[in-house]
Design a protein around this ligand. Structure first.
Ligand SMILES: [Cu+2]
Length: 280
């Protein structure tokens, strides 16, 4: 009699004992065979979940945190700590997405647009080359931060009289009517930058750095501490009240070479919110 025949025989003779033996088989044999497969499947799922969480949650959070930490250190280098850790020199407005936001001037939007279009005697504007040449070692420069988007394109045209260059796809700086112009200035120039945010929707800052483009999404991770001057994130302009926010800082350009003015808000420099400064 084979094993199966014996079992079938037992099933006929003693159904209770037969059931018991079958249950024993279920309990002892089958799960033992499945156990390694289940363990492997659980392990694969666990590793996959960890990888997905690491890539989509941990890495972006870490980048965001490091980016904001570089930004805080950049600012701390230019604005001394006041009472209870407050940074002096500008009015703090708190944090926007982890980036310190503030301003030192509240300005009227209409006045800003008229002042920003008045070219000083020591500056020559070359719209064909998108270049401004400065013939002075004491330069006052009004830099407007604003956006370019299909729905708001009219504002750019009104502000600058021209369409932005193809390199600018989202946000831009406007200086004396030009979009992201190249600034040519003499060696030893002391430049007082007044940056004003005329964008109704977004925060922008201005940093001066020798680190060249192309810039990644987290431009601060790339620029790190290599800045000659920096502003906090300026809050959006309020077109309903006619008020915009600005900040002034001064940079001395002592060495000849190329530098860049950049908006460090994540993604802005990456999509073209920067221009070149050539020190002769
Ligand atoms: Cu920006």
């Amino acid at each position: 009699m084979t094993g199966i025949e014996a079992l079938n025989d037992l099933g006929k003779r003693d159904p209770e004992n037969y059931k018991e033996r079958l249950n024993k088989d279920e309990a002892n044999f089958t799960p033992m065979r499945r156990a390694p497969l289940v363990a492997v499947a659980i392990a694969i799922l666990a590793v996959a979940s960890i990888a997905v969480a690491w890539y989509f949650i941990y890495v972006p959070l870490q980048l965001e945190r490091e980016s904001a930490s570089y930004y805080d250190r950049q600012l701390a280098g230019y604005y001394t700590g006041g009472p209870s850790g407050m940074m002096s020199g500008f009015q703090m407005m708190g944090y926007y997405n982890g980036y310190l936001s503030g301003y030192s001037q509240e300005v009227l939007i209409n006045k800003t647009i008229s002042v920003a279009s008045q070219v000083p005697g020591y500056a020559r504007v070359f719209p064909q080359n998108d270049t401004i040449m400065f013939n002075s070692t004491h330069i006052n420069l009004v830099v407007i931060a604003t956006m370019v988007s299909p729905s708001d394109i009219g504002k750019e045209v009104n502000l600058t009289g021209m369409l932005p260059s193809s390199s600018a796809t989202a946000n831009v700086f406007v200086i004396y009517g030009l979009v992201n112009p190249t600034l040519i200035m003499p060696r030893g120039a002391s430049v007082t930058f007044t940056v004003i945010n005329l964008d109704p929707d977004d925060y922008h800052n201005l940093a001066i750095t020798p680190v060249p483009p192309p810039y990644p999404y987290y431009s601060m991770m790339y620029i790190m501490m290599d800045v000659l001057g920096v502003s906090p994130m300026l809050p959006p302009a309020s077109y309903s009240s006619g008020v915009a926010y600005g900040l002034t800082f001064t940079v001395a350009f002592t060495h000849p070479g190329a530098l860049y003015y950049v908006c460090e808000y994540p993604g802005h420099a990456e999509s073209g919110m920067y221009g070149e400064i050539i020190v002769g």
